[in-house]
Design a protein around this ligand. Structure first.
Ligand code: A2P
Length: 276
């Protein structure tokens, strides 16, 4: 079984999950089924991915009991605001075929809309009603999270951010630690781009007889980050979970950290905040 981490709301969240960004409905269904049969217990999707129905089907097809699976989805920018978010949640739950969701996140803060505090109030209500077990945010900066805490008295359980060997998010991780917020990583492999073939990563992989992806995922785990690697390839899905039986030493951690910092493979929130 995948190890779990206890969140600031008392929920136990698996330490690694499957991402399904850019997977089609059928692809997502097959990937989720494969992942759950391989031992994954967390799946991360979003309304905007358009594949929640596939995620729900994959869970059902796997035969793994619903209560053993930690399902994460997110409210999209267009549905921010109190009432719109409550409606968006119902629609996501219906597509997933689930009566409750384990974790519901605000996908982006979109500070210029100035709706994220209202959106957060809706998430607090969904949690109070038991329709969502845990609530959090994604792509938020400290100032946005501090505003949520000040206005609602409730801190997000997680902030899901871009994080990989080319982007370490040291400042945000320190902030999260100071507020008891867990860090989830999207694109933990850097979208399978150059970082996996970097010679430092290759050297560490070789030393352990592991794949580059496995040592990168190990790097996340040892920093206390919860990675959400995306794959629709069965062999990769299985390999990406097989990361609990070995350990990197401090030198190897530093080698992977030394790959670089400041390289975004997805939208950079700090640039978006100025325009949206
Ligand atoms: P695919 O889904 O075709 O298997 P990230 O999670 O960092 O965004 O990375 C996702 C990308 O990395 C996808 O293109 C995925 O391809 C690829 N990928 C996932 N796992 C591995 C792996 N173990 N080795 C190489 N590439 C991988």
């Amino acid at each position: 079984a995948v190890e779990r981490v206890e969140l600031n709301d008392g929920t136990a969240m698996p330490r690694l999950g499957l991402g399904v960004f850019q997977a089609g409905v059928d692809e997502a269904a097959a990937a989720v089924r494969t992942a759950l049969l391989a031992g994954y217990r967390m799946v991360d999707t979003a309304a905007v991915y358009g594949n929640e129905a596939g995620v729900g089907r994959g869970i059902a097809d796997s035969g793994v009991p619903r209560e053993d699976v930690f399902v994460v989805t997110k409210v999209w920018n267009d549905d921010q605001g109190y009432d719109a978010t409550l409606r968006a949640f119902d629609a996501s739950a219906a597509r997933l075929g689930l009566d409750h969701v384990d974790q519901y996140l605000i996908h982006w803060p979109r500070p210029r809309l100035d709706l994220y505090p209202e959106t957060w109030r809706a998430l607090c209500r969904l949690r109070a009603e038991g329709r969502v077990r845990s609530i959090g945010v994604s792509n938020f900066a400290p100032e946005h999270i501090d505003r949520l805490i000040a206005e609602s008295g409730t801190a997000p359980a997680v902030n899901q951010i871009e994080l990989h060997p080319g982007l370490h998010q040291g400042g945000l991780r320190a902030y999260h630690a100071s507020r008891g917020i867990a860090t989830q990583a999207w694109s933990p492999l850097g979208r399978g781009q150059g970082f996996l073939s970097h010679r430092a990563v290759a050297a560490v992989a070789e030393a352990h007889g592991r794949t580059p992806a496995q040592v990168v995922l190990r790097w996340h785990l040892q920093m206390g980050v919860v990675p959400l690697p995306k794959s629709v390839t069965p062999e990769r899905i299985r390999g990406n979970l097989d990361v609990f039986g070995f350990e990197l030493d401090a030198t190897e951690m530093d080698l992977i950290t030394g790959v670089g910092d400041g390289y975004h493979v997805g939208p950079d929130p700090s640039l978006l905040f100025d325009i949206s």
